[in-house]
Design a protein around this ligand. Sequence first.
Ligand code: SF4
Length: 66
Amino acid sequence: MKFEVDKDACICCGACAAICEDVFEINDEEGYAVAKDKEVTDEEVKDNAISAMEGCPTSAIHEKTA
Ligand code: SF4
């Protein structure tokens, strides 16, 4: 499972990185979050990343399918 952030929808609130720093990081200079482009296999990390996705206030996080 991989994740991606729609940078146009992201308001850079920092919540996703706070919940799951293994996957999400904030690009302060650009003003949006980015998801690391790696397959998330660890179940605990995956659960946290899904929580971050579901908790994103602007629904900017999606599962990356391609
Ligand atoms: S939780 Fe959503 S809006 Fe907040 S920084 Fe992450 S992707 Fe952006």
